[in-house]
Structures are given as structure tokens and as C-alpha cells.
Design a protein around this ligand. Structure first.
Ligand code: 1HE
Length: 265
């Protein structure tokens, strides 16, 4: 149950609202929410279960001044891992982040402070990224003698393009503010990322769950397909989503001229 899940987690905090919006908060601020192996296991658990336990949208938030400092470098240093140990660890990061990206539930990341290394990998697995004016993005792996292992080569490259990602890793380049939005690291730049993320989550949670499932899984899956297969998969998904019973009321409201029209703000 949701209550049990809330009690099981230590490095995450889960809050649920009536409207189906969950807030999942990284809760190791003393370590700048660095991701140790235990936290990654908790993320696998929580993101595997959230949809089945009724989450309609998720705000991914963080305690303290920084969203996430990435891989727990102290744990990594102390563990003195072998290559195969780290490969297995990466598979768990991928499991957690794939559960997010392909899980069918909208995830909106409320960013602040450092979103770096594995923290940026985490943020890039969300469906929407909201930054505030203090948010900054970097991939310090290069400087640390490391390489990305939590999906950045796929997701960060997807957001900013290969050339920018290579630059970030080679030179430690930091992006913030409007430039971060311009290059695709965030979709929103606001005063208070938590307030905006909650608004966006509430709005997303108003969509039909089957529609959101398609948006938050099909688009990602289709990117892994050939154009021909993606077009076919799109027709199948649309065949199911666009004929769902609960959509009829929304279509009728449009026909009756009671539904909101699309307008610029
Ligand atoms: C940590 C970590 C961490 C902080 N692992 N413990 N990521 C990085 O290279 C980023 C490393 N962190 C930083 O650059 C800074 O800590 C921050 C910019 C995020 C924050 O600065 P600040 O001045 O607020 O905090 P601090 O004094 O540096 O750190 C406070 C505490 O958090 C301190 O612990 P304490 O016990 O001495 O108080 C730090 O050790 C701890 N801390 N960041 C462990 N990352 C799947 S592969 C992914 C590869 C990567 O992610 S590489 C990039 C790693």
C-alpha cells in the first residue's frame, strides 16, 4: 500500500494528495542528495510502484539547497569497486530511471541549486524540468576521472545534443538561467520551481490516465524504433487512447461548445 511504501523509504520522502499528485523528495540534504546505492534501490522500488498505487502525476523534489550532487563519491571511493561491480550498479540506476521515463506517470522535476552528474541524469529521466534562477547544470565526471553511468549518454545527449554534452564533460561547462533553457536542459525558468512544478503536475493529473500513460511511455519507446515501426506503434496507441470511453465526455463538451478553447495566455 501507499502507506507502507511511505514508511519503507529512508532517503526519499513520499507525500500524496487527493488529486493523485505525489511529491517524491530526495531527503539526504546533508549529502546534497548524492545518490548512494541504497537511494537508487529506493527509487527503483518507488518508481516501479507509483503508477500501480494510483499516482497520477509526480513532483520530483529535493530537500536543502541543491537538487542532487550525483553519484555518491564518498561511497564510491570507500567501496573501491571493480569494473563489474560498477556495471551492475549502473544497471540499477538504469532500472530506476527507465521506470521513470517509461513508467506511464508524468514526472515533473522541481530543480534548484546543483543538478550535476548523476543528478542531471536523474533530472533528465523526468518528463518536465522546471528550474529556478539558482539552478545550474553540469557534468563534472570528466574532472573527477569518471564517466556518466546513469543514462546521460542517452538522455542528456537527447536534451542538449551530442556536441554540447561532450563539451560539458570535457570542460566542466556549467549552464544556468535562460541559456540552460535555450539549450534544452530545462523547459521552465521560474521564481519558485516547486510552485510551478506542483501546478504543472496538477494540470497533468487532470488528463485521462490512459492518455498520460501513452504520453509518458509511447513517445520514449518510439524514439528507439525505426520511423516505420514508430508510425505503426503510434497508430496502435492512438487506436486505443483515442477511442477510450472517458474521452467521449471531453469530445462532447467540445461539440457542445462548453469545453475550453485553445488560446494563447
Ligand atoms: C557528497 C557529494 C557527492 C556533496 N557524493 N558526498 N558529483 C560531483 O562531482 C558533485 C560533487 N559535489 C559538489 O560539487 C558540491 O558538494 C555541491 C556543489 C553539490 C554542493 O556544494 P556545497 O558547498 O553546498 O557542499 P559541500 O561542502 O561540497 O558538501 C556537503 C556535504 O555533502 C559533504 O559531506 P560532509 O559529510 O563532509 O559534510 C560532501 O562530502 C557531501 N557531498 N556531494 C558524496 N557527490 C552513475 S555515474 C554518475 C557519475 C557522477 O555523478 S560524477 C559527478 C559527481
Amino acid at each position: 500500500s501507499v502507506e507502507r511504501l511511505k514508511q519503507e523509504v529512508q532517503n526519499l520522502r513520499i507525500e500524496t494528495e487527493e488529486n493523485g499528485v505525489w511529491t517524491i523528495t530526495l531527503a539526504r540534504p546533508a549529502k546534497r542528495n548524492a545518490l548512494d546505492s541504497h537511494t537508487v534501490e529506493e527509487m527503483v522500488e518507488v518508481f516501479s510502484k507509483a503508477g500501480r498505487l494510483g499516482a497520477k502525476a509526480i513532483v520530483l523534489a529535493a530537500e536543502g539547497d541543491h537538487f542532487c550532487a550525483g553519484l555518491d563519491l564518498i561511497e564510491h571511493h570507500d567501496a573501491d569497486r571493480r569494473p563489474e561491480d560498477f556495471m551492475h550498479l549502473c544497471l540499477r540506476w538504469h532500472e530506476a530511471f527507465n521506470k521513470m521515463e517509461y513508467g506511464g506517470v508524468p514526472i515533473i522535476a522541481a530543480l534548484k541549486g546543483a543538478v550535476v552528474g548523476g543528478g542531471l541524469e536523474l533530472a533528465s529521466a523526468a518528463h518536465i524540468r522546471v528550474a529556478d534562477h539558482g539552478t545550474y547544470f553540469a557534468l563534472p565526471e570528466g574532472q573527477r576521472g569518471l564517466f556518466t553511468g546513469g543514462g546521460a549518454t542517452i538522455r542528456v545527449a537527447d536534451l542538449v545534443g551530442k556536441a554540447r554534452m561532450v563539451d560539458m564533460m570535457l570542460t566542466g561547462r556549467v549552464y544556468k538561467g535562460l541559456e540552460a533553457v535555450d539549450v534544452g536542459l530545462a523547459q521552465y525558468l521560474v521564481e519558485d520551481s516547486m510552485v510551478t512544478a506542483r501546478e504543472l503536475a496538477a494540470r497533468s493529473a487532470d488528463n485521462l490516465p490512459l492518455t498520460n500513460f501513452a504520453i509518458c511511455s509511447a513517445i520514449s519507446h518510439m524514439q528507439n524504433m525505426s520511423a516505420l515501426d514508430a508510425a505503426y506503434a503510434e497508430s496502435v496507441v492512438a487506436g486505443i487512447v483515442n477511442t477510450q470511453e472517458p474521452a467521449r465526455a471531453r469530445l462532447k463538451a467540445f461539440a457542445d461548445k462548453t469545453a475550453a478553447r485553445v488560446r494563447p495566455e
